[in-house]
Design a protein around this ligand. Structure first.
Ligand code: SF4
Length: 460
């Protein structure tokens, strides 16, 4: 097992049997199921819409080289500039250099899974930059020095009481505040930051090759507030967020909000940054940092590349029984849940091996995925690749061969059952099985033994 794998196993054991954590995750899961129940009813034909969406994303991948260059040309024509980052390090230094060149002192940041992926906040803090996270959920997590536990609901693992306690410690308010009062404190802290911001860092939902437009969506209004005041706007976005035409977003945006909590199945605010909005209306400088960070490796992998069509709706991890048992933090990944498990294969064996086990092949995620991604199959593919690379699997292969030979033959199988029931063997397996679980006991007699006994008794 890799070093990461060992830490991961310890964390899994801790969270899976933590009853408080389990209670929060179960409440979250039940809430999601209620929200998701009538999602498809918002469409006359949801399956048609899903295939349209899948085709749009796949078309983009087919002509990537052309579309990416078209986008860059259009952004430059619109008055902005584009930087290309091969990996996380390059992306972080690019942003740091832009902020330095622009002499930005007060920086506001909005929610971005990619910023989590490349570790942007810790990096900028290490460089002594004054950056404030403005998404409420992420803001709460940063008070604990934690990363968001869920891509869509960052502080889902915290209760109202947890938040009141940390706010009391950090902002000197009462630790008995209710949810509304806690929001008022958050707004007050953040409003000062917006007013004094000279640079804003945002993510993007999509960017459009045809026009050079950038699409942002949000529920809180913090993106609009951040970019309205700051003179410099840096958009951090992965190359996978490309769509060929502006029309395409009319299909993709509603699907990406399919599991929104509000019953309108849409975000509260959508912003299209176009030539008209950012250049003509204001002397704001716009920088787009386009990040690869192994996305092109993933695009070269068939069939795993289909995970790149993901529009981050959050459906798959919300419904995943494993995610809902261990929670987001254990994955130690910007995108926890099934998507992150699949994407990690592009980062190599050490990063992906321990995550590949996180699937029970229940296929629930596929039912909810608006992009029709064969999520469980892709995880299985990863397992096959990892098993091929792993040189330490000889022991496991011998055990499996032993078991397979036994189950091939009825008499041998019955003997194995007696063997498995023996105490010392249970002790041997107990460590893997887990101390919190009872080892199953095989019946005294197998069905075949019972059957043979009954037949022989009847024939007497
Ligand atoms: S894989 Fe599908 S269900 Fe999961 S987040 Fe992406 S689009 Fe949503």
């Amino acid at each position: 097992m890799t070093e990461k794998g060992t830490i991961f196993s310890q964390n899994v054991k801790q969270t899976a049997f933590d009853s408080g954590h389990r209670k929060k995750m179960t409440a979250r899961y039940e809430f999601f199921l209620r929200v998701a129940e009538d999602c498809a009813n918002h469409y006359a034909n949801i399956n048609l819409e899903k295939s349209r969406a899948f085709n749009i994303r796949n078309k983009a991948f087919k002509y990537y080289d052309k579309y990416l260059v078209d986008f860059e040309t259009n952004v430059i024509n619109n008055g902005g500039s584009v930087r290309w980052a091969r990996d996380a390090e390059e992306a972080k230094y690019m942003i740091y250099n832009i902020l330095n060149d622009e002499k930005s002192k007060n920086i506001v940041k909005t929610k971005s899974i990619l910023a989590e992926e490349i570790g942007l906040m810790p990096f900028l803090e290490m460089k002594k930059m004054n950056v404030t996270e403005t998404d409420t959920g992420d803001f709460i997590c940063y008070q604990y020095n934690e990363r968001p536990s869920d891509p869509n609901h960052s502080a889902a693992h915290k209760t109202k009481e947890d938040i009141a306690e940390i706010y009391s410690e950090k902002f000197g308010v009462s630790d008995k505040l209710n949810a509304k009062q806690l929001m008022t404190v958050t707004r007050k802290v953040l409003n000062d930051k917006y007013l004094n911001a000279d640079a804003a860092i945002t993510g993007a939902d999509f960017f459009v090759a045809e026009t050079g437009d950038i699409i942002l969506s949000e529920d809180e209004g913090n993106v609009l507030k951040s970019i309205s005041n700051a003179d410099v706007h840096i958009v951090l976005v992965g190359i996978d967020k490309l769509v060929p035409y502006l029309d395409d977003i009319s299909v993709l945006l509603p699907l990406s909000s399919l599991y929104e909590v509000a019953n309108i199945r849409a975000k509260s605010y959508y912003t299209i940054l176009s030539k008209a909005t950012w250049v003509k209306s204001k002397h704001q400088k716009l920088y787009v940092v386009l990040v690869d960070n192994n996305r092109s490796t993933m695009l070269g992998k068939d069939p795993q590349r289909s995970i790149m069509t993901c529009i981050e709706c959050g459906g798959c991890h919300s419904v995943c029984p494993i995610y809902n048992t261990i929670g987001g933090h254990v994955y130690d990944n910007a995108f926890p849940g099934p998507v992150g498990v699949i994407q990690k294969i592009a980062d190599g064996y050490d990063e992906a091996a321990h995550l590949a086990t996180l699937c029970g092949s229940c296929h629930q995620c596929e039912e909810y995925c608006p992009m029709n991604i064969k999520i469980s199959d892709l995880i299985l593919r990863n397992r096959i690749e990892i098993a091929r690379e792993d040189g330490n699997l000889m022991g496991e292969k011998r055990v499996i061969n032993f078991i397979m030979k036994r189950v091939d033959n009825r008499k041998d199988m019955d003997k194995t059952k007696d063997f498995l029931n023996r105490l010392e063997l249970k002790q041997l397996i107990k460590k893997t099985w887990g101390v919190h679980r009872e080892m199953p006991t095989f019946a005294e007699k197998s069905f075949s033994e019972l059957y043979t006994t009954i037949i022989s008794e009847e024939s007497i």
